[in-house]
Design a binder for this molecule. Sequence first.
Ligand SMILES: Nc1ncnc2c1ncn2[C@@H]1O[C@H](COP(=O)(O)OP(=O)(O)OP(=O)(O)O)[C@@H](O)[C@H]1O
Length: 430
Amino acid sequence: MIFEILTSAVMGGVFVATKFFESGGGNDAKKIQKICDNTGLYVKENGVKKSIRIHRKSKIEGGNEYVFQIPLGLSFKDFEVKKDVLQDGLNIKRFVFDVSLDDLKSLKLNKDILKQIQSLLEKKKRLNKEIDLSFDGMLKIQVYDEPLPTMFPLNESVFNKCKGWEVPIGTSRSEFITHDFEKVSHLIVAGATNTGKSNFIKMMITCLVHRKPDDVKLTIIDLKNGLSLGRFKDLRQTENFAINPEQAKEALKKVQEQMSKTMDYLFENGYEDVKEAGFKERHFVIIDEAADIADDKDCVEILEDIARRGRASGFYLVYATQYPTTQTVSSQVKRNCMGRLCFVVDSAIASNVVLDQSGAEDLPLIQGRAIYKTVKCKTVQVPYADNKFIQKTIQPQINIRSRGEKNEQSDSQGAENRKYTLILEETELS
Ligand SMILES: Nc1ncnc2c1ncn2[C@@H]1O[C@H](COP(=O)(O)OP(=O)(O)OP(=O)(O)O)[C@@H](O)[C@H]1O
């Protein structure tokens, strides 16, 4: 009996110690204050040193949030630029006992119990905390016990989490995040080369045609020579497909005409927008590498028009670029695109163009890692869309066209002829 009480007490102690060390021994706040002091993040007033002061600590999913008052004379930016120093400081030479409740339950109450506990205690892991900083009059530092996953594979269950006109954006540390085009009609997607923009667009199109096969219409402008989005060209939902600036201009003109007709209809019938009119259809205008048409005045004017009038008429813009500058993302487009998804960029200036704040230049070099912003910024890992999964998912939506038609048809055309038509492939026998 005494033996059982003693071992239970030891096991309980191990578990409590594990949790205590995992949460930073309860002293991450003190550690943050110390790091700030050591790195010069304090002021001197009349010879008296003034450091950051802890205001509140609260539990958040996956970690803790610490709220600090910062002394007059320091700015949020001063702390933001020291993010790496703070994060490394919290992780320096720290080990935790990686012992879960299940591990403890697996212990057997016999004479080997001490050996079993010893082997559990040897099961150590290095701390790998990540932090996020924000400011709302107070400095908020979120300390997460685990880093974000570096891979979030796309599968059908990810699509099933979306409702209405939502598409997956990714997972943050605490939640699955979607973008709802009915709430925020237009989206800018930016990031340096090879960071995951095209993957996001492919994933988004696959989701839309899978979830809304009869209601979604697509204009796809793939200025990466059609290489990245070519597999969507023959979807029955694709009304326009362009691979160069001339074709892009043609496609955009058609979209603008359609949009104007819809606006006229809404006006003549006294509707405020397509939602009120009960229209189910939504038309997505998707441009991958928009910088290539950013100096074409006609194209830019149409894009600005879509960004301005598209919400009411059900035309949604997805504007992706590798080069976010004030020249490639016009102020009109930007003002009307309240959704932003920014992968790592090369400078704080580029981050500012997309997000109106720095931060995306400091993202880790992990493909698919991005900052998503509508109102607040959230760091996410975007789902990775395997081409085989995409192909399998979109296959039922692909029109089969005759070989002759395939050769004849210019890349930007064919929408009207192709819509809802099944044209069988010619064979030697036909
Ligand atoms: N969400 C993701 N998770 C994991 N890996 C990804 C993710 N997105 C992209 N990748 C990887 O990164 C590679 C480049 O992705 P992608 O083609 O989307 O980049 P990009 O930003 O469009 O590049 P570029 O502008 O140069 O065309 C992909 O081939 C894939 O291996």
